[in-house]
Design a protein around this ligand. Structure first.
Ligand code: NDP
Length: 275
């Protein structure tokens, strides 16, 4: 499969499709999903400290036929690890669990108040020390991003947040802000499965001989977003990567864009106390 590569500062190439491993079970569950994904052509894995499966991601990559440097790995700093010194230690601990001497992308998982600017200074140090090839944020809404951009020496290369046709309209201001400063990564792109029965997705999918999940992944790619669907099912892992032999028409994209209902399937960074 031919996956678009987004170029981040430092000529770091970020594949537009990755495998998410949130709620992938520790041990063989995560390891087998990562190995299946690599065999299917994925070269990008998205994990986090709080997913408790960094060690399995690292072990699977080491056990694969692919050199470490050919797989783009993201992990994230958890909310209890904010602050300059704590963030430095948290990165070292993630690297130890992964068994890597660098991660491709290190993200601040949530815009926790008070310490987040100090945390970002640690992120810049982590980048400078070569422990991460790129640094970014997750769940940053426009206010969080504007605050960071005003203060940062190095702007975030990426903002990862929940994005699908079902909240696209509500996120337009944020997407526009990210377009000026960094790449958008769409998490929960399959709405955690909640909207896969939607009739518009089914109708568009039927036109192309594709599933609703494949339509959602293609929608994200055509908007220029990085997309990280999660599956631990081998057939669905392969299906989610089989999205490069069709395209959506302008009319289909407009139909999908119009599905916005402000859907938030997880914590809402706009209202969550951590924000
Ligand atoms: P997704 O929107 O990717 O949906 C995953 C669900 O869809 C699972 O139940 C999966 O089941 C099912 N599924 C996957 N493929 C198919 C398919 N082809 N057909 C039908 N069902 C399918 O949910 P996530 O919330 O996991 O988001 C994806 C990734 O985004 C995460 O794994 C994580 O890496 C990242 N993320 C980041 C967050 C952050 O705060 N930064 C928050 C949430 C997610 P099965 O496994 O059985 O196939």
């Amino acid at each position: 499969m031919t996956v678009k590569l987004h170029t981040l500062p430092g000529n770091v190439e970020l594949p537009a499709l990755g495998l998410g491993v949130f709620r992938a079970p520790r041990g063989r569950g995560t390891q087998d999903a990562v190995l299946t994904a690599i065999e299917a052509g994925y070269r990008h894995i998205d994990t986090a400290t709080v997913y408790e499966n960094e060690a399995d991601v690292g072990e699977a990559i080491r056990g694969s036929d692919i050199p470490r440097e050919d797989v783009f790995v993201t992990t994230k700093l958890w909310n209890t690890d904010h602050g300059f010194d704590a963030a430095l230690s948290a990165c070292d601990a993630s690297l130890a669990r992964l068994g890597f001497d660098y991660v491709d992308l290190y993200l601040v998982h949530w815009p926790v108040p008070e310490a987040r600017l100090d945390t970002w200074r640690a992120m810049e140090r982590i980048l400078g020390d070569g422990k991460a090839r790129a640094i970014g944020v997750s769940n940053y809404m426009p206010g969080h991003l504007e605050e960071l951009l005003a203060d940062a020496a190095v702007p975030p290369a990426v903002n990862q947040f929940e994005l699908s046709p079902f909240n696209y309209g509500s996120r337009r201001a944020l997407i526009d802000l990210c377009d000026e400063s960094g790449i958008v990564e769409a998490y929960s792109p399959l709405t955690k499965g909640l909207k896969l029965g939607d009739p518009t997705l089914a109708a568009i999918g039927a036109t192309h001989g594709k599933s609703p999940a494949q339509v959602l992944i293609r929608w994200a790619l055509e908007h220029g977003f990085v997309v990280i669907p999660k599956s631990t099912n081998p057939e669905r892992i392969r299906q989610n990567a089989d999205v490069f032999d069709f395209s959506l028409s302008d009319g289909e994209l407009a139909q999908l864009d119009a599905l916005d209902e402000g859907l938030v399937t997880g914590w809402d960074p706009a209202t969550e106390p951590w924000s």
